[in-house]
Design a protein around this ligand. Sequence first.
Ligand code: UDP
Length: 375
Amino acid sequence: MTADETHASPRSLNALVVAGARPNFIKIAPLMEELRGRASFHSRLVHTGQHYDRAMSENFFRDLGIPEPDINLGVGSGSHGEQTGRVLIQMEALLEEQRPDVLVVVGDVNSTLAASLAAVKLQVPIAHVEAGLRSGDRTMPEEINRILTDAISTWLFTTEADADKNLLREGVAPERIHRVGNVMIDTLLRNLARARKLNTLEDLGLEPGGYALLTLHRPSNVENSEKLQALFAALEEIHRELPIVFPVHPRTAAAIEAHLGGSQPALRNTEPLDYLDFLRLMADAKLVLTDSGGIQEETTALGVNCLTLRDNTERPITVTEGTNTIVGSHPDVILSETRKILGGESKTGRTPELWDGAAARRIVDIIERDLRSAL
Ligand code: UDP
């Protein structure tokens, strides 16, 4: 060994981080910050282009200070097979060329699975952030993405104890499972004070506690015209008592066009909101009605009541410890559960263990430790 070699600093670790859709951008923000802040890592960001318009993509990069993607695959919209296939083909070529030490994927969208599938065949180790969540509902496309991504990942970073149990039941070796907290809550905690300074409520003529916030985009709710109509009828009834602000997801806008002949629900409809405006609205809402995954967690962290318009959740801690109630999509149940909250029967929860703003740091610490010990 030469003197030079003795004192040489260890080579930097190459991380390739993949994001494709709105909830991914919110989750990668603290991870990119953590990776870029460490001299030990050289990290690159791939945007698959699954969500591509300004309101669903670009604005999140700007507001959350996420670095410009190094590579944009531009896959765009399409069927599940088309999207997954396009990401798989392009990610294979990219991974062949770059040979990173680790591929970091988050969440449960098609890009998460496709990038992981490309990596595992090339023996690039995968770190899956938000592993182990299971709704038990295999008709949900995200559930398939979750199960398959977890099956081929090296590191499984979880947000809650149930996720650990799900993985153990599926035969994942315990040493691969790391409960680290929740990167989506890292982002929320970092941005709440900024959001609270915005005039979003004033601009919409709303008072704190004087409105509800709604999001709806799961195929199980929006791809069936009768169900969609019945849901909107119940929500319009609530809106007459308490204004409902409804940022309309592009898939839901297309469903309203296709299934309801473009007839818009009589709510306070808006374009999809920027993260900080949406956070501002969530934080002061009387209640949130949603079929989103991440919003169930954010409302729990904020202590705001959430009614989940689905029959199940992959995030049970938001129900057992947080402020979430699963109500399904039957109009009568939605009305009665909303009226309970309006009548003062709110649910008080607590913030789950490790949802403390330090999840990204824990994740990068573990990846760095394990990669170094393998070199
Ligand atoms: N969100 C946003 N603007 C909106 C609606 C949602 O910034 O108009 C944020 C929300 O705070 C959460 C994320 O988008 O962080 C949730 O994304 P989405 O509901 O699309 O995905 P899911 O969590 O269901 O996978």
